[in-house]
Design a protein around this ligand. Sequence first.
Ligand SMILES: NC(=O)c1ccc[n+]([C@@H]2O[C@H](COP(=O)([O-])OP(=O)(O)OC[C@H]3O[C@@H](n4cnc5c(N)ncnc54)[C@H](O)[C@@H]3O)[C@@H](O)[C@H]2O)c1
Length: 313
Amino acid sequence: MKKETVLVTGGAGFIGGHLVEKLLQKYHIVVLDNLSTGTMMNLPESPHLDFVFGDVSQEEDVAQVFATYTFTYIFHLAAVASVAASIENPVETHRINMNGTIYLLHAAQQQAAHIQKFVFASSAAVYGSEPTLPKKESSIIAPITPYGIDKWASESYVITYSQLFGLKSSAARFFNVYGPRQNPTSPYSGVLSILTDCFQRVKAGDETANFTLYGDGSQVRDFVYVGDVVNALILLAESEESTSEVYNIASDQRHTLLEVIGMYETITGEKLPLTYQTARAGDIQKSYADIEKIKKLGFVVEDSLETGLRKYY
Ligand SMILES: NC(=O)c1ccc[n+]([C@@H]2O[C@H](COP(=O)([O-])OP(=O)(O)OC[C@H]3O[C@@H](n4cnc5c(N)ncnc54)[C@H](O)[C@@H]3O)[C@@H](O)[C@H]2O)c1
């Protein structure tokens, strides 16, 4: 029997690669990616995987993919995925994170009768630094960075296309995702990838290994293991009930950065050399989620921070 076809934009990225790996068990996958931050090394070899080199912010590239394939599910993950990069380059971020979403929605709408779900990768950044916690999907939206603004606008478009044009869609607000293959090499990288890299260098005897802590380490985060994010995305895609809805994807746990470092020191048996610097612009002091809404769909967190860190390390 012919497998159903699924589009994953940004499939060569950190989260996208894990999603593709899992989806391949069941579907034929098309990845649309311009490899700006992603790499082919994140993608498995498979006769059921087609890689299309293209840019979601080029309407012709998007149109070409939709002229070639008919999709059952679409996962839109391609983006400038860094808050700090969006502050340095808001125009370029907007072109990719906002225009890319609209071009995809517009193209997908032509196949709306066939598409079971368009799932958009949004972010906890839409909540900004408004202090009410934990964040519920109904919490005040107050993004404080170009990244957060474009994620919020994209989400709104995604839900509007669902309601207005019958393109069944859901949006997923990821909190801090971590796990294998997260790129630690840029100053914009996720903190756990930088920490993991640092611990590995300490373990290997590198005396220059040092972790720069922005702020005093009391910032609180909800770190969710990438495997749990993948399960949540597939759950949203395959659920009818999630249509036109937005969901937090997080771990149901919260930790300060200093707690995370302490936990990692216990796991690795190494002491991490630290340098303190002032907090970065756009950094939010506390961010953690209420995930009751997605739990009602059957979502179960499989990895605690400790088990996730052990797997990652
Ligand atoms: N990692 C996190 O903690 C986190 C948190 C919240 C939201 N998100 C969102 O999840 C998604 C995936 O993030 P990630 O951590 O895997 O980042 P990533 O940088 O590893 O992945 C992004 C992928 O998109 C591709 N891409 C970028 N611009 C593109 C363009 N114009 N056209 C085609 N492809 C393009 C990149 O090459 C890369 O493969 C992003 O939308 C990000 O904003 C991530």
